[in-house]
Design a protein around this ligand. Structure first.
Ligand code: SAM
Length: 286
């Protein structure tokens, strides 16, 4: 059995993930931690009271917001320094991921307080894991600005990004957001919309941005609930995406084989797309 990093009764700030919909995703260590700490700092105490009651947790709750003045943070850090243990939770998922907690964790660490993560659900990770989009490198962009002009400006800064892009979006903005993305990235760019993850109406739909626009416009249900929108990164230019290994393998193979054969073989060896290898090889020709 794996050794426990830190028993929940030790003084520390525990950053505890909670389910993003399905209560079955509450991990046993989260329950144990929330039962044992002296106090739970929650984004919304009324919301969290329901979760705690479901799991029979009676630990006192207090409200924590990152945007409040520094007094809340100071008071919590003082409690931690006096030997108490505190758990931080948000309404759903992992605190600090588009949720409060950054200032508290930052100050706690600066004060020498031990900060212990208790991992669990996180919408962006759940969405990406089931999306079928490249997951080796990705960029989490959180929420886009709500106003169209600002949103378009932000999207423009992402046009050249080759990593998979992950956004959180509110249901009432999904249509305009998809339309702005189609403008910025091109209507044919591949995207996946993951809605109501872990819940009854979980839907994960992929296609071009244009087809997703049409899908969402045609069915009001697709404009309900919570959603993560993922967009495939820009196709890397030939050679740009080739790492040193791929270039070395291609160079060796090209000495013996045709461009087509070398690209085919190198694609099998490296997992890099044949088209990219082929284009790179053509560019190397005098
Ligand atoms: N901290 C959370 C996490 O770990 O994912 C995210 C909190 S953020 C305030 C809420 C946003 O996360 C929602 O607007 C939605 O974009 C996404 N989200 C949360 N739960 C979700 C779910 N069950 N399905 C799809 N997206 C979800």
């Amino acid at each position: 059995m794996t050794e426990t990093v830190s028993a929940p009764n030790q003084s520390a700030l525990y950053v505890v993930a909670t389910p993003i919909g399905n209560l079955g995703d509450m991990v046993p260590r989260a329950i144990e931690t929330l039962q044992t700490v002296d106090v739970i700092a929650a984004e919304d105490t009324r919301h969290s009271a329901r979760l705690l009651s479901h799991f029979g947790i009676q630990t006192p709750l207090l409200a924590y917001h990152d945007h409040s003045d520094g007094r809340q943070v100071q008071a919590l850090v003082a409690r931690l320094l006096s030997g108490e243990s505190v758990a931080l939770i948000s309404d759903a998922g992992t605190p600090l991921v588009s949720d409060p907690g950054y200032r508290l964790v930052r100050r706690a660490r600066e004060a020498g307080v031990r900060v212990v993560p208790v991992p669990g659900a996180c919408a962006l990770v759940a969405a990406l894991s089931a999306s079928g989009l490249p997951s080796d490198r990705f960029s989490f962009e959180g929420f886009l600005p709500p106003k169209s002009g600002q949103r378009q400006n932000r999207l423009q800064t992402l046009v050249a990004e080759t990593r998979t892009l992950i956004f959180y979006e509110a249901p009432h903005r999904i249509e305009e957001c998809l339309a702005d993305m189609a403008l910025a990235f091109g209507a044919e760019r591949e995207a996946v919309l993951a809605r109501e993850l872990t819940k009854t109406f979980e839907t994960i739909v992929g296609g071009s941005l244009q087809s997703l626009c049409e899908f969402v416009a045609a069915d009001p249900n697709q404009r309900r609930g919570e959603m993560v929108l993922m967009v495939r990164g820009r196709e890397a230019d030939a050679g740009e995406g080739l790492d040193e290994d791929a270039r070395r393998i291609m160079t060796i193979l090209l000495a013996e084989l045709s461009v087509k054969q070398a690209s085919q073989l190198a694609a099998e060896i490296t997992g890099v797309r044949k088209k990219l290898l082929y284009q790179w090889a053509l560019e190397q020709q005098p």
